[in-house]
Write a protein that binds this ligand. Sequence first.
Ligand SMILES: C[S@@+](CC[C@H](N)C(=O)[O-])C[C@H]1O[C@@H](n2cnc3c(N)ncnc32)[C@H](O)[C@@H]1O
Ligand code: SF4
Length: 409
Amino acid sequence: MAERVQAIGGAAASELVDAFAERDPTSLYVHIPFCRSRCFYCDFTTYVAPRPEVDAYLNHLERELEMLGAKTRTSLQTVFVGGGTPTFLTTGQLDRLFQAIHHNFRLVSDAEVTVEANPGTVTPEKLERLAAAGVNRISFGAQTFDESLLLAIGRSHDRAAIEESVRLARESGFSRINLDLMFGLPDQTTDAVRRAVEACLALDVPHLSAYWLKVEPGTPFARWHDEGLLALPGEDAEAEMYELVRDLLATAGLRQYEVSNFARPGEEARHNLVYWRNEPYWAAGVGAHGYVRGRRTANVTSLVDYAKHVASGALPVAEVHDVSPAEAAEDTMMLGLRLREGVHVDTFRRRHGALPAELFPEALARLEAHGLVETTAGHVRLTHRAYPVANIVFEAFVGALTAPDDAAH
Ligand SMILES: C[S@@+](CC[C@H](N)C(=O)[O-])C[C@H]1O[C@@H](n2cnc3c(N)ncnc32)[C@H](O)[C@@H]1O
Ligand code: SF4
């Protein structure tokens, strides 16, 4: 389908450039698709598999890292090992994984290396070996501190395991610790959200992510929702929970720097900033998504397909999408507006060859008129009140330049 051709200061959307498209990624995401059990809300690529399968997966992952490493020309600034549950791996398996990463990629000396972990899956030995392998940031999924709610959402740990895991991480020398929380969970009260935030603050972690529950198709939650069995708090109560999280964390000095992320100054997740600034990254592992030299890729999601591809010497890519310069400009807006700092107008112009206001005059005028977006000090950003309805803002850029004429608004 032809892209909508829109006049932009004498140019057309189809003539746009992405001056950053050829930049080499300096970030790497590695996916570990195993969990002890599957939580009822989760649709991430993950499997409950026996140990030998994990070993086989690591063999294939080593091969993929080797193939990707051969394509790199630049050192990595950030590495993120996510899941699934990376710490489901044994100490020996984690050692192998990090040997493969270090063997195939160069990391700058102060690289940020994050590992996702589930409460109750870390031991002092495992944490010490991770630290020795260069890991300097650890992210635990806590979700809630309410025992019955932990059970109701299918978590395999209790509150004490969250507190104990954070304590062990600290004792092994980790200071950069994140906790994930979720709100809008079934039967969750605003008070339970308050208690969860207070429990995180009591643990004095420097970073917190707070996610609004999304009922994902294909999950048990989706099925129960369809059957009328999921007692969600409701939009108003959920928005109130979000406001409460924002208020409590702001008061405690954890600055909101993204729609769902809060940190003490200097503790922001550098790896995730790469995504929100629409910068490129390598991706390895089953189901992993990458963005390299203007091309978005999605790896196969089945362990069997993954093994077949890699064993035959091919990258395990299922989908490739060449991002046009116009689409890249839409992405820069959608992703950048997630950040408190917003989209830096000058960087945007250097990358895309025009100002946001020149490329998206209608969308920006409409959003500004509704008080959802503002331009101040060289940045386009969300207004304070736009946060609970941020999706409306992001949607305004979907297809703004790339939708075919008849679909354009
Ligand atoms: C990659 S996941 C899992 C990390 C780790 N395995 C864990 O659960 O502790 C990262 C985070 O995404 C959030 N998450 C997962 N599914 C979600 C959903 N359906 N809606 C909102 N947040 C979700 C959870 O807070 C989770 O900790
Ligand atoms: S432990 Fe994390 S990745 Fe695994 S099923 Fe639960 S939320 Fe998903």
